[in-house]
Design a protein around this ligand. Structure first.
Ligand SMILES: [Zn+2]
Length: 85
């Protein structure tokens, strides 16, 4: 699942893929389900965040947090971000 935005774990602010380091070093969480994100950066494909998945642990969160829930949460975060001070 592609994640369009991340939230910086230290600053608590939204980050675009172009603003962060590649991989887990992006230090971002999903603004929807709050799982850790990894930054996927490609030369030819569009860059995006993805949920971090550690080997062998099939997280239950993606099932509990459906695609629609994610999208609603992202829009809520973004509108707050855009309307905030
Ligand atoms: Zn998520």
């Amino acid at each position: 699942m592609k994640v369009p935005i991340g939230r910086d774990l230290d600053a608590g602010e939204l980050r675009l893929i172009s603003e962060v380091q590649r991989g887990a070093g992006c230090n971002c969480e999903c603004p929807g389900c709050r799982n850790r994100l990894v930054a996927k950066r490609y030369k030819d494909k569009s860059d995006h965040f993805a949920h971090y998945q550690s080997k062998g642990s099939d997280s239950a969160l993606p099932r509990l947090f459906s695609r629609n829930n994610h999208i609603q949460a992202w829009f809520a975060e973004l509108s707050e971000f855009l309307n905030g001070d």
